[in-house]
Design a protein around this ligand. Structure first.
Ligand SMILES: [Zn+2]
Length: 192
């Protein structure tokens, strides 16, 4: 079996294995299983892109926590709680359709402003009712079920979603059509 000489000490050999590594940031630390090529002599390591991918999210979260930002898992949890798909969240908060996919995989960090808004909507999801999405729809605050502010039913411009009758189906939305974005005219409940 051939092996590579270590470029750091020129004596040891690089062997592929997983080491338990502890990454430290500010007062925090995270311990991960870090794959890589490790030297048998000096313990230096060479990590390639795939090796780093394994632990990137844990390191991203360590830095996020150290800097007072939501972790990738917390972003996902709040986004789901307030009823947005990743794409809808990117449209609503800005950043583009792939923004939340990046935040939740730990390949990019949300801005401070988005971080604060997510915390705010997490604590007070009914505040989403204050927003009209480009003349589409918004949620009525009195509705006490699952919040699902909807950006994707563009064919229902000027309808106001008052809630869903089931957790996951967007066919069961209850809406309130409005005339030209004015006051709601009447209420309609759709049971898919
Ligand atoms: Zn070495």
């Amino acid at each position: 079996m051939s092996s590579e000489k270590c470029p750091f000490c020129s004596e040891g050999e690089l062997v592929r294995r997983v080491e338990i590594e502890t990454y430290v940031y500010k007062e925090l630390s995270v311990t991960v299983d870090q794959p890589g090529m490790y030297c048998s002599n000096c313990n230096e390591a060479i990590l390639n892109g795939d090796d780093l991918k394994e632990t990137r999210r844990a390191i991203h979260d360590l830095h996020a926590q150290g800097d007072g930002f939501l972790t990738s898992a917390e972003v996902k949890q709040i986004r789901e709680k307030i009823g947005f798909t990743q794409k809808e969240a990117g449209n609503f908060f800005g950043g583009g359709v792939n923004a939340f996919s990046r935040y939740e995989r730990g390949t990019a960090r949300q801005s401070k402003a988005i971080d604060i808004l997510l915390r705010l909507f997490n604590a007070r999801p009914e505040l989403l009712a204050s927003f009209h999405f480009d003349g589409f729809v918004s949620v009525i605050p009195e509705y006490s079920g699952t919040w699902r502010p909807f950006l994707s039913i563009k064919e229902h411009s000027y309808m106001q979603v008052v809630g869903t009758t089931s957790e996951s189906s967007s066919d069961n939305l209850a809406y309130m059509p409005t005339a030209n974005d004015s006051e709601p005219q009447f209420k309609m409940v759709v049971n898919g």
